[in-house]
Design a protein around this ligand. Structure first.
Ligand SMILES: Nc1ncnc2c1ncn2[C@@H]1O[C@H](COP(=O)(O)OP(=O)(O)O)[C@@H](O)[C@H]1O
Ligand SMILES: [Mg+2]
Length: 255
């Protein structure tokens, strides 16, 4: 084997073994000059569930939204598979890095219409069978396909929103408090789906949650955000070892 590898090949090789997402000195200042994110650094390994926790207003949603360019981070701050996301076509990036919010985002029409929407933008028409497969992935019976979205419970609608995101064949999911408006059973349904996506597809998942119990159920790692900074990154079993006083208070640990 040659001892000489060019730099691009070297970078590609290291990204295949390295993090799925790398965040480097990511900073956001508001229009009024307030620091929203202050030099955030984190590596999110592929195939893990990374929990993001911290007080309200600490910058969790802003951090998540940088990862698929819901706002434009500076070049050189966010890398997906070793590639600067600023260099990617933004629509392809958002297909690869799907996102769910606290409240499901669906448009009027049938469940199938919603699920077909993303692939259709890409010139692909999903068959009924493909729609049903996506529904099954999101733990919904195929009979939902023709249901009007207005008839869904919020828990069902959130699973349709998940199926709709999965239709784009993402390899990362960004979840911003996806179950905080749901009842315990719908929450469990979503958690079960996420666990399966991780196990069967090696999905990388970044999830903001206010529930320590939820994070302990499904996350592998946790980053704690306080005042626009990541103050700790811990394995989920080591949450009790968090040192930052605000992070400890947030986690209801004795300070
Ligand atoms: N586009 C924006 N312009 C100005 N301020 C913003 C903007 N987005 C978020 N903020 C502010 O940044 C801080 C962090 O917000 P956010 O990321 O939503 O926090 P979290 O999700 O942790 O509750 C808050 O003080 C919020 O008011
Ligand atoms: Mg938020």
């Amino acid at each position: 084997m040659s001892d000489f590898r060019d730099e691009a090949e070297e970078h590609l090789l290291s990204s295949q073994h390295g993090a799925k997402i790398e965040v480097r000195d990511l900073t956001k200042v508001s229009d009024k000059g307030l620091m929203i994110l202050n030099k955030v650094n984190v590596d999110i390994p592929r195939g893990v569930v990374m929990g993001v926790m911290g007080p309200s207003g600490s910058g969790k949603s802003t951090l998540l939204r940088a990862l698929n360019r819901m706002w434009e981070p500076a070049p050189g701050c966010v890398f997906l598979d070793g590639v600067d996301i600023c260099e990617l076509d933004v629509l392809s990036l958002r297909r690869k890095v799907g996102m769910l919010f606290q409240l499901p985002v669906l448009f009027q029409g049938s469940v199938a219409d919603n699920i077909r929407y993303g692939p259709q933008l890409n010139g692909k028409k999903l068959s009924e069978e493909e729609v049903c497969k996506l529904l099954a992935l999101a733990d919904l019976d195929s009979s939902f396909s023709s249901t009007s979205v207005g008839e869904l419970s919020i828990g069902q609608a959130q699973r349709v929103a998940l199926a709709r995101t999965l239709a784009n064949d993402p390899d990362v999911l960004l979840l911003d408090e996806p179950t905080s408006a749901l009842d315990p059973i719908s929450t469990q349904n979503i958690e079960d789906v996420l666990a399966r996506l991780k196990k069967d597809f090696g999905m990388t998942i970044v999830m903001v949650s206010h529930s320590v119990k939820q994070i302990q159920r499904i996350a592998d790692m946790v980053c704690l955000v306080v005042n626009g900074e990541i103050v700790e990154i811990l394995g989920v079993q080591r949450l009790s070892e968090a040192k930052h006083p605000t992070a400890r208070a947030f986690l209801h640990l004795n300070t």
